[in-house]
Design a protein around this ligand. Structure first.
Ligand SMILES: Nc1nc2c(ncn2[C@@H]2O[C@H](COP(=O)(O)OP(=O)(O)OP(=O)(O)O)[C@@H](O)[C@H]2O)c(=O)[nH]1
Length: 317
């Protein structure tokens, strides 16, 4: 049997990867393979998704699949079938994807599309809608709307967001989720055969967003980095990656979404080099690259502290 396709979309940092990790960890009752599309030239979500139980995974980095011809996607789907013979293939879009383009590509390839699932952060809808028209198109294209971060949003906020979503897309089922913990049957059970996408306005060149990657091989002073992130201009919407801080042996996974920062210890299976790898995404982010890189370089630990850090943790490298 050819695998069935589910598209998981949602604006930058809305919780797509977290949802997938939750679904995989819960055991979807089927072999699930993943195509993960990333805007940045470096992908970070793959390792965590493989650990969560994906039967196979292909990361397509450096741009949005919806903006280019379908060959990359179709090759990835073919590869996954050869690698793992999955029952279900989930395509995780970038946060800036226009899902209509992908729906058309999947249909044109004769693949069976079960559902378009759009993730919306309960405390992030306003910022997403203000940042790009794509956020609304993603909501309108959904068969299922998963409202993430209900564990941190307050009850009134959740009710208000659900009402807004119902207004924007009356036909979609709305499912609340904390850390992606929902019954996989809710996502993989229904075969909804999504309707053909509405013709969307022109969507090109990521609608003014751009990205750059910053890498360095010197540990960072945590307080300086958090101060830098706290003072970021609003046009930088999403930062993600791994950093080694001078106060810890292990890297931290860094997630910054519209002013909200999360740093959490991440135990890698092998040493990570370069030590710091961050993707920066925002409106004309490339224009701020030089300035931000200079600020980041100034976050490095001093030579003396780097030497002490290397000595202390040398067995790990
Ligand atoms: N508390 C809480 N945090 C969440 C939840 N879902 C996602 N997050 C956090 O939100 C941030 C972004 O989550 P991701 O799952 O990486 O978002 P994404 O949509 O895959 O991000 P992009 O691929 O960059 O667009 C991370 O810091 C997550 O830990 C949730 O349900 N509860």
């Amino acid at each position: 049997m050819p695998p069935r396709i589910t598209i998981v979309t949602g604006f930058l940092g809305s919780g797509k990867t977290t949802l997938l990790r939750g679904l995989l960890a819960a055991g979807a009752g089927r072999r699930v393979a993943l195509v993960v599309n990333e805007i940045g030239a470096v992908g970070f979500d793959g390792a965590a998704l493989e650990r969560a139980g994906a039967s196979a995974m292909i990361e397509l980095t450096g741009g949005c699949l919806c903006c280019v011809a379908g060959s990359d996607l179709l090759l990835a789907v073919e590869d996954l079938i050869n690698m793992a013979d999955p029952d279900q293939i989930v395509i995780e879009t970038t946060g800036l994807a226009e899902p209509g383009g992908l729906i058309r590509q999947v249909r044109a390839a004769g693949l069976a599309l079960d559902a378009v699932v759009t993730v919306v952060a309960a405390d992030g809808l306003e910022a997403a809608l203000a940042a790009s028209p794509v956020a609304l198109w993603q909501i309108q294209a959904a068969d299922l709307l998963v409202v993430s971060r209900v564990d941190v949003a307050d009850a009134a906020q959740i009710v208000a967001v659900e009402a807004q979503l119902r207004h924007m897309n009356p036909r979609a089922t709305i499912i609340p989720a904390a850390h992606g913990r929902i019954d996989p049957q809710l996502v993989f059970g229904p075969r909804l055969n999504p309707s053909d996408p509405l013709p969307m306005p022109e969507h090109r060149d990521l609608d003014g967003f751009s990205s750059f990657v910053w890498q360095s091989d010197t540990p960072i002073q945590r307080s300086r980095l958090t101060a830098l992130l706290a003072a970021l201009p609003k046009t930088i919407y999403r930062v993600k990656g791994l950093v080694h801080c001078g106060d810890a042996p292990w890297p931290d996974a860094l997630h910054y979404v519209a002013g909200r920062l999360e740093l959490s210890a991440f135990r890698p299976r092998a040493a990570i080099r370069p030590l710091n790898q961050l993707v920066w995404i925002g409106i004309a982010a490339h224009a701020l690259q030089e300035d931000l890189v200079a600020q980041l370089e100034a976050c490095h630990e001093s030579e003396g502290r780097v030497a002490a850090w290397m000595l202390r943790y040398r067995d790990l490298f």
